[in-house]
Design a binder for this molecule. Structure first.
Ligand code: GLA
Length: 396
């Protein structure tokens, strides 16, 4: 939409009086096609703050619009750290919002399946809402069948964060901070959490998670944006082509709790080591897919490092949009939006039906506090928690 329409307008007026000028415009227009790569930068990076309404108790909530020099835009609120929209160019330079969500705060308060939120204190499931740490058993709320999901009844997705905008040589964004009290949702220790969203001029959305505690506690922070690279509300994601840098996954039981096995994906419909459409085998006769009603599984990433390592790549063929994920985390939950069922009406009146989005949640493995063999999720006093994930957008 952006620039294409402008060229004919210039021509109509100018070509009558100045044919040479009109010719120059045509030549220039052909030299700078409006693609994400060839377009000249569209503006100055910055952060704009405005009101996003109030909570029922009167607390004012803000919305931050973060823009880079390429015209990419992230809108995020300090309620739940929710990324409300993600506007990125397609291969022709047209901007679309590729994140599912709601038009206003009310939508998020009513009944959101974690659209765009920060997840904590523990992303994914803890079996039977119980774990034992340093000889003491802790009990959490069961909000997902017999299990605890995404931090409990009032996880980090439903709290008000303090937000500070920033701009530096690395990019522009906001720093979100929140202190979770000792005993909150049943977890031990006062936990100071910090989540930084940075938007770079390379169309990277970088998320840094930092935390410290005064008692040993499990921690597993992640981000729960629902992506549709064709644009939110524009159909299902079954033709999106996915590659995962994972040769194993953690099989689950019927309640989506890992059995403890690390199973090779080779020869199964779970294998995305080669780029494959999400829908190619999603309804295959495979027990794990029946349990998840599609993909809802933690992949064991092959790369691991203190700097983010390639984890996933998704391409939507029509728009040409490509999303790459890099992370320092050992796991990645690939969720194919199986629980969306058309009962949620999101932005612009769009009805979100089954598999209208996918999530790629970088994380430690589900239920790690009950699996001593999994990489540990226990943070102790004096230690610092740091995790980084990059969602990089491009076109091809
Ligand atoms: C995660 C879970 C899914 C589902 C969604 C939210 O991705 O693994 O099972 O609960 O969150 O609906």
């Amino acid at each position: 939409m952006m620039g294409n329409a402008a060229y004919p307008l210039v021509l109509e007026g100018a070509s009558m009086k100045y044919p040479a000028l009109a010719y120059a415009v045509v030549v220039l227009a052909s030299l700078f096609p409006r693609t994400g790569l060839a377009s000249p930068p569209t503006g100055k990076p910055g952060v704009k703050k405005e009101s996003f309404g109030t909570l029922p108790d009167g607390t004012a909530i803000d919305l931050y619009t973060i823009t880079n020099a390429q015209g990419m835009e992230i809108r995020a609120t300090n309620y739940g750290g929710i990324v409300v929209s993600l506007r990125v160019p397609d291969k022709k330079g047209n901007l679309d919002d590729i994140a599912l969500g709601f038009d206003d705060l009310k939508g998020y308060l009513a009944n959101s399946p974690y659209f765009g939120v920060v997840i904590g204190r523990y992303g994914n499931r803890i079996a039977n809402g119980k774990f034992t740490l340093e000889g003491k058993e802790y009990t959490l709320a069961k909000n997902n069948g017999p299990n605890t999901l995404h931090g409990g009844l009032k996880g980090f997705d439903k709290v008000v964060w303090h937000a500070e905008p920033f701009q530096n040589h690395g990019g522009v964004g906001i720093i979100l901070t929140y202190t979770s009290k000792d005993g909150e949702e049943g977890f031990p220790g006062n936990l100071k959490a910090k989540v930084t969203y940075t938007l770079t001029d390379k169309n990277e959305w970088i998320i840094d998670y930092d935390a410290a505690t005064d008692k040993a506690t499990p921690i597993n922070l992640t981000q729960h944006t629902y992506f549709n690279l064709a644009g939110e509300g524009k159909g299902d994601v079954l033709t999106h082509v996915l590659k995962l840098n994972a040769s194993r996954f953690t099989p689950v039981d019927q309640t989506l709790i890992p059995t403890g096995e690390l199973r090779p994906v080779k020869g199964t419909p779970m294998d995305f080591t080669q780029p494959t459409p999400i829908g190619a085998r999603i309804d295959a006769d495979y027990e794990q897919l029946r349990f998840g009603r599609g993909y809802d599984h933690n992949y064991v990433l092959d790369g691991k490092g203190s700097d983010p390592v390639f984890a996933a790549r998704v391409k939507e063929p029509t728009s040409g949009r490509v999303l790459e994920v890099y992370t320092t985390e050992p796991g990645l939950q690939f969720y194919s939006g199986n629980f969306l069922d058309g009962t949620i009406t999101g932005k612009h009146g769009h009805v979100y039906k089954r598999r209208y989005a996918f999530c790629l949640e970088t994380q430690h493995f589900p239920d790690s506090p009950n699996h001593p063999d999994f990489p540990t999720t226990i943070l102790r006093p004096g230690q610092t928690y740091h995790s980084r994930t990059i969602y990089k957008l491009s076109t091809e």
